[in-house]
Design a binder for this molecule. Structure first.
Ligand code: DGL
Length: 269
């Protein structure tokens, strides 16, 4: 049976669009609703309780839209809120950390894995835990990169300033001889060419893109995929911030015409 209900994606801003990009490729039939809490981005430096509160507000907005599955397309929110939300929701809820950790364990040959993410994600130790539970053989080197998300949100991710900041920030990881580096924040794939250039011959893992493989599998497992028909798939984008900046980044990144709607989640900033 075909299920036409949309899949919901949430992030603190435009980062989750890197997950949507992969979903458009792997799951072209699916109807999609995206919400970016741009007005309160970044989540990275915020206390865990606040990130949990904001994540619930986004989740409730999408539940009203009758989503059939929720993808927490944000590592910072996944690290602190996934378990709680998963437990309380009657629909499947997917986070981005386990798929990223799994892909890193699969990819590494030297057993030296780097992880970059927001302060919140790195402080939570969620990647180390996820990797260690799968293998005790790997060494994990984690680094918070708090300057990366603001560069992406301001649509500066191809600028010379971005190159300078990425090179300076990643310096401490350069001598750790990692062969695999997890982009543990869904904003970072927009900086991927620059990160690759700085890190050289290191395999980059896009946690969000890995997640879509899991989403695809779960749709089949629960028998809730939208099977091919003649209908044009619906895509709706919402932001709590500026629609102009959101559309600029989304159009550039997804290569489709997007007109996001502005919404207010009503909470505090
Ligand atoms: N895109 C997010 C992540 O994956 C959050 C970035 C932020 O708001 O700090 O962690």
């Amino acid at each position: 049976m075909s299920n036409e209900q949309p899949i919901g994606f949430i992030d603190s801003g435009v980062g989750g669009l890197t997950v949507v990009k992969e979903a458009l490729r792997q799951l072209p039939n699916e109807n999609i609703i995206y919400l970016g809490d741009t007005a309160r981005c970044p989540y990275g430096p915020r206390p865990a309780e606040q990130v949990i509160e904001f994540t619930w507000q986004m989740t409730n907005f999408l539940l009203d839209k009758k989503i059939k599955m929720l993808v927490i397309a944000c590592n910072t929110a996944t690290a602190v809120a996934l378990e709680e939300i998963k437990e309380k929701l009657p629909i499947p809820v997917v986070g981005v950390i386990l798929p990223g950790a799994r892909a890193a364990v699969k990819a590494t040959k030297s057993q030296r894995i780097g992880v970059i993410g927001t302060q919140g994600t790195i402080k939570s130790g969620a990647y180390e835990k996820a990797i260690r539970l799968k293998t005790s053989k790997s060494d994990v080197f984690s680094l918070a990169c708090p300057k990366f998300v603001p560069i992406v949100e301001s649509n500066e991710y191809r600028s010379s300033v971005a190159k300078k900041i990425v090179a300076e920030t990643l310096l401490p990881l350069k001598n750790k001889q990692v062969d695999t580096l997890v982009l543990g924040c869904t904003h970072y794939p927009l900086l991927r060419p620059i990160i690759q250039n700085v890190m050289g011959n290191v395999r980059l893992i896009d946690s969000g893109a890995e997640t879509v493989g899991e989403v695809s599998m779960l749709l089949d497992y629960f028998d809730i995929a939208h099977l091919s028909d003649n209908k044009k798939p619906q895509r709706a984008f919402y932001t709590t911030g500026s629609t102009r900046l959101f559309d600029e980044i989304a159009n550039d990144w997804l290569d489709i015409e997007i007109a996001a709607k502005h919404i207010d989640l009503g909470g505090k900033n």
